[in-house]
Design a protein around this ligand. Structure first.
Ligand code: DUC
Ligand code: ZN
Ligand code: ZN
Length: 466
């Protein structure tokens, strides 16, 4: 089927341009100066709307087994919620645990997703056990499986943790095969000491989750990862969920030196704080227990992160979507914050929350599109199939209404969570229409998509390497 998206303003990283967009089947086939496209054709009226590439959330954990439970969004519920929020591709994390064969972990994630996803999806691979076999598997995943990024953890000893020797070996392998190492950069062994000491003092509330993960331990791990990547002949390194000013300083210095070092942040770190959310009365703060943690409002983290987004020291905004319900899940940590499953759900709100940054004068329109769609596509080997409105690209398109408003809350969201981390927020802008590979899947508040529409996206190497 062909149709023309007419009367809108196409936004690309270089800024807004009035243009009509012709879609044929699953692809964008042409852009026209307003009113100069074909006449005898079905149209979608985009008057007054921004026409942007579908959002790409490069960091999600649908139905992830973690912290003694499982993330509450399945691939079906989570990708449908993502679609409502203007995201048309996710990159989720398949998991290899210590002692498991990497390819078996990947097969398990393909089985979870098959027939269930409403939007397109790719995988990164978490390596929970770096050894000779898993290092060999990295080559095979890059060459044959379309998986070109591997996440390692400097946190969570006994779960996903890799020591420095393992990290260096994986980095050397990535340097050879061109893959990206994604790093959860927090000093896990040091955090475990602080957690034990806090619990011994009777400091059991969710607030202490943040206090026992100070920014110094994120900055130290970030710096160590950057130096290890340097030893591995400047292996490509991507710091995930960067939350703190001192960690950002490490990334900025490496980038100023021309290194293959990149970083993402997440909406929760741009808006929410240790005191106002994690420090909420009683057990309420559990809603915002995630790692890295929310940071203090009395320091400059949020302003620094917004600045980092403008200067490209932060290249991408992802969600680290890892939802848990309060009932039966977060509640596991009543009386002991260290037992609260770590994670916040937000896959539905990233595009809107970042548009609020445009309205607040913190980002340009072009930078909005770049951080939520174009750069993730380039960073993770999906460009120009994804992340851009251009002939030949997949017709993943969002019509965004700058005059609309979005109210966020548990009554209206589509994620499988019994609370919202953004309850009661009303923000500028609204997703109006969502098109995934040429199919209209969201129109206003109406859902028209289906499970199984989403396809696996095998990825190439990052475009940003030097
Ligand atoms: N951090 C979280 O908050 N949840 C999932 C995994 C992680 O690293
Ligand atoms: Zn992480
Ligand atoms: Zn994560």
């Amino acid at each position: 089927m062909s149709f023309l998206i007419k009367g809108g303003t196409v936004v690309s990283p270089t800024g807004p341009t009035p243009a009509d967009v012709l879609v044929d089947g699953e692809k964008i086939v042409a852009l026209f100066a307003p009113g100069t496209g074909p006449a005898e054709i079905e149209t979608i009226d985009a008057t007054g709307k921004f026409v942007i590439p579908g959002g790409i959330d490069a960091h999600t954990h649908m139905q992830m087994p973690f912290g003694g439970t499982e993330a509450s969004d399945t691939f079906a519920t989570g990708t449908r919620a993502a679609a409502f929020g203007g995201t048309t591709t996710i990159v989720d994390f398949a998991i290899q645990r210590l002692g498991e064969v990497v390819q078996d972990g990947l097969a398990a994630w393909h089985a979870k997703t098959a027939g269930n996803c409403h939007i397109d999806y790719g995988f990164h691979m978490i390596l929970g056990g770096v050894d000779d076999e898993s290092l060999k598997a990295m080559d095979q995943l890059v060459a044959d499986e379309g998986i070109t990024s591997f996440k390692l953890f400097m946190a969570y000893p006994g779960v996903f943790y890799s020591d420095d020797g393992q990290i260096l070996r994986a980095m050397q392998k990535a340097r050879d095969n061109g893959a990206m190492i994604m790093m959860h950069a927090e000093n896990g062994p040091a955090i475990d000491v602080l957690v034990k000491q806090a619990l011994e003092r009777g400091e059991t509330d969710p607030y202490y989750h943040g206090v026992t993960r100070p920014q110094e331990l994120e900055a130290e791990a970030t710096s160590r990862a950057i130096w290890l990547a340097s030893v591995a002949a400047d292996c490509p390194l991507y710091i995930v969920h960067l939350s703190a000013s001192k960690a950002l300083e490490q990334v900025a210095a490496a980038r100023d030196a021309g290194r293959n070092v990149f970083a993402e942040t997440c909406p929760q770190y741009l808006y929410l704080t240790l005191e106002d959310q994690l420090g909420a009365p009683g057990f309420e703060g559990a809603k915002w227990v995630c790692s890295t943690p929310l940071r203090s409002k009395h320091e400059s983290h949020r302003a620094d992160l917004w600045r980092g987004l403008r200067t490209n020291d932060l290249a991408v905004v992802s969600t680290d979507h890892c939802p848990f319900c309060m009932k039966d899940q977060k509640e596991m940590g009543v009386g002991d914050f260290s037992k609260i499953p770590n994670g916040i759900g937000g896959v539905e709100h990233r595009v809107d929350l970042l548009y609020q940054g445009v309205v607040d004068g913190k980002l340009s329109l072009g930078r909005w599109v770049e951080t939520i769609a174009t750069t993730p596509a380039r960073m993770f080997g999906m460009y120009p199939r994804k992340g851009v409105i251009a002939p030949g690209s997949d017709a993943d398109i969002v019509l965004y209404d700058p005059a609309g408003r979005t109210r966020i809350g548990v009554e209206t969201h589509h994620m499988n969570m019994d609370y919202s981390a953004w309850e009661g927020w009303e923000i500028a802008g609204k997703v109006d229409t969502v098109i995934s590979r040429g199919a209209v899947i969201v129109q206003g508040d109406e859902y028209k998509g289906r499970a199984g529409h989403g396809r696996y996206v095998p990825r190439g190497l990052s475009e940003y390497l030097v």
